[in-house]
Design a protein around this ligand. Structure first.
Ligand SMILES: [Zn+2]
Length: 332
């Protein structure tokens, strides 16, 4: 190797070191006195891969830009985004798979505070505005309005309202997590997603208003109350504690797998007489990522596979049951 080549190699190595990110550490001071006793030891982040299209993809694209990658910010996880993700992972010493999950997110996010000006600021602003409905512009400049909106968001999520966006604030923004005691539960996560319009819990039971609808069921579970079943057809007209495994599955279908879905029934409505619904162990959906379920599709198969991966023991849908051509049933 000639001295000139050696010099070039050294420069390349030096620039890699500069570009390399270290994981953002969680600071206990970020949690408020209203927070649950301790943050989870392992934070669960959404898994984004090629084909995904949602607000978290926008954030990932801004954060990849912030890390020096060149790519479009359009909310669609295209081949270009996957290439940028792989390049970032290679630079950061991560497994290079082009999938942005729990290993990559903590390396992508960076601490932000008033006065900062970067693509990472745009990522936080976009989520505050377009996922959480805060009034602000996506400018990439962290000014007083952004600080005020960050503090309001932190208060809602039981984080200390410092206005500094650290690991837990990023996690709350991206994974739709809440650090509030009690509402940090899976039922609370599902309700927060419903409020953020990233999943929908139907507020009726197929035209009936009997308090056994999915929204009432999850509200009851979040408050520590049993959920009502319906009083028509085969339904037992009683109440039942929703299964923690069901609630964890429903929460993770959203936060980990990124599905937007419409829940038509949990404990309510009428089903076959021995249905897991009446045991608080099953739920039905009829829409995935904004599209009605009409026969077999890639999306319905992916949703069903995710239920199975999350431990569901009864998964029925268009691909495996003639009676489930317009909805999917996952039971635990
Ligand atoms: Zn069902």
């Amino acid at each position: 190797m000639t001295p000139v080549r050696l010099l070039a190699a050294t420069l390349v190595m030096a620039s890699c070191t500069v570009g390399e990110s270290t994981p953002l550490e969680g600071d206990p001071a970020e949690l408020s006195p209203n927070a649950a006793a301790a943050p989870p030891a392992t934070l669960v982040w959404p898994v984004l891969r090629q084909g995904a299209s949602n607000r978290s993809v926008v954030a990932a694209q801004y954060l990849l830009r912030d890390a020096g990658q060149t790519l479009a910010v359009d909310g669609s996880f295209s081949a270009g985004t996957a290439t940028a993700a792989r390049s970032f992972q290679g630079q950061s010493g991560l497994a290079v798979d082009g999938v942005i999950g729990s290993g990559t997110w903590p390396r992508l996010v960076v601490e932000l505070r008033q006065g900062d000006e970067s693509a990472a600021v745009s990522a936080a602003q976009d989520l505050l505005k377009n996922r959480y409905g805060k009034s602000l512009d996506v400018t990439g400049v962290f000014g007083t309005t952004t600080a005020t909106r960050v503090k309001a968001f932190q208060t809602e999520k039981c984080l200390a309202p410092t206005g500094v966006v650290g690991l837990y604030t990023w996690h709350a923004l991206i994974a739709e997590a809440s650090y509030c005691a009690g509402s940090g539960s899976d039922a609370g996560t599902i309700l927060a997603s419903h409020q953020a319009r990233t999943l929908t819990l139907w507020d009726q039971t197929f035209g009936r208003f009997d308090g056994a609808d999915p929204l009432s069921n999850v509200r009851d579970a979040a408050a520590g109350r049993p959920a009502k079943t319906s009083c028509y057809g085969n339904a037992p007209c009683t109440s039942v504690t929703l299964s923690p495994r069901l609630l964890a599955g429903m929460a993770q279908l959203r936060t980990r797998y990124g599905f937007r879905y419409f829940v038509t029934s949990i404990a309510g409505a009428t089903h076959s007489s021995t249905s897991l619904h009446y045991a608080g162990r099953a739920f039905d959906i009829d829409e995935i990522n904004g599209a009605k379920i009409v026969g077999d599709s890639t999306a319905s198969r992916q949703f069903m596979a995710a239920c199975t991966a999350l431990g569901a023991i009864e998964v029925l849908g268009p691909s495996n049951d003639s009676g489930h051509q317009d909805h999917i049933h996952c039971g635990w």
